[in-house]
Design a protein around this ligand. Structure first.
Ligand code: AQP
Length: 328
């Protein structure tokens, strides 16, 4: 069975973007692949997090993994810091990554361009840790939203470099991106990605948002003044984003939805999208409440960390031996 790996960093409440771009694919894939899904808590602290909030967000993220349908019997679910090999290999791989490569990473460049103050070295070197997260497990595929593709490309480069310098050690993974929903945009600014750390609450739907509130956000989404429903991503990005959301949730495409709504008003389309979102959130939240009430999270994480450590420890051992870090 081919192996697939992915993680999410809960720097806030998980969003509809995380669900559409990542989580619901993890669930689809878990039957056909050996799925490894972790919570990237080390990545969270590349920007300051309130300790209490971070801890709550981590627990919520695990609960949401399960509530979205990840099955701990099929998928290995764990917290990154419970498998110590991630940080160690992250450091080692930083020694095989060039500054020029990190300088080219658009996520870091975007933050620098926004003139954000006090950017940390952790944020700069985060792609090295991400490479370690992946390469420890030799996955065949890494499902990602569009924004993470560049990091997977760098991971591949690092793996090839290491393999060439020593001998084949890491499998070179393929990024896997969905055709629909790989980049869900902000509801208030369809030129920007829907992000957890977005400043305006109106632009982002959180998986734990009250479904009625989520519907309101959809009704208030920025569209355009053309007055005609078309699947035109370039000229009608707000409308296209809404159709992409509904298409991802209902297994359709923006083109089909545009056809269905041709000649109708934007309000009608928004109600349709709002209903799709609310129905999805209601289902997820009902399961989320059950999961918290049943207190299963600690056990899921314990079992997941044990399974993951078996794989990660073997790989790190191989790496340290090849580099010559051990005294024989
Ligand atoms: N808006 C999105 N559309 C599609 N996919 C998305 N993903 C995130 N946002 C969207 C995908 O979810 C996975 C986990 O991402 P992450 O939460 O670890 O990191 P991120 O992409 O940096 O998410 P945010 O919300 O934008 O975080 P902040 O605000 O902290 O920077 C990835 O596969 C990602 O592509």
């Amino acid at each position: 069975m081919k192996r697939m790996l992915s993680g999410i960093k809960p720097t806030g409440q998980l969003t509809l973007g995380n669900y559409i771009g990542a989580l619901h694919h993890f669930v689809e894939y878990q039957d056909d692949y050996e799925m490894i899904a972790f919570i990237a808590n080390l990545h969270c602290i590349t920007v300051y997090q309130d300790p209490k909030e971070l801890s709550t967000n981590l627990r919520d993220a695990v609960a949401l993994y399960l509530a979205c349908g990840l099955d701990p019997e099929k998928a290995t679910i764990f917290l990154q810091t419970d498998v110590k090999q991630h940080a160690e290999l992250g450091y080692i791989l930083a020694c095989y990554t060039y500054l020029g490569e990190l300088n080219r990473m658009t996520q870091f460049k975007d933050k620098t361009a926004k003139n954000e103050q006090n950017l940390t070295a952790g944020l700069f070197t985060y792609p090295c840790l991400m490479a370690a997260d992946i390469l420890l497990y030799d996955p065949d595929y890494v499902p990602v939203g569009d924004d993470q593709k560049q990091h997977v490309e760098l991971t591949r480069d690092i793996a090839i470099r290491f393999n060439n310098k020593y001998s084949p050690t890491f499998k070179v993974p393929e990024p896997l991106s969905a055709k629909v929903g790989a980049r869900i945009m902000s509801l208030t600014d369809p030129t920007r990605k829907m992000s957890k750390s977005e400043h305006s609450d109106k632009g982002c739907i959180y998986l734990l948002d009250d479904p009625a509130k989520a519907k309101k956000k959809i009704m208030g989404a920025v569209t355009d003044s053309f007055g005609e429903i078309k699947a035109d991503k370039v000229n009608q990005p707000g409308l296209y984003n809404l159709m992409e959301i509904a298409a991802s949730l209902n297994g359709s495409t923006p083109e089909k939805i545009a056809e269905e709504f041709a000649g109708k008003g934007y309000g009608e389309l928004k109600r349709y999208v709002g209903d799709a979102v609310a129905t999805t959130l209601e289902g997820i939240q009902a399961r989320y409440r059950d999961i918290l009430a049943n207190n299963v999270i600690d056990e899921v994480l314990k079992q997941g960390a044990e399974k993951a450590t078996l794989i990660a420890a073997k790989k790190l051992d191989e790496v340290t031996k090849k580099i010559g870090l051990e005294i024989r």
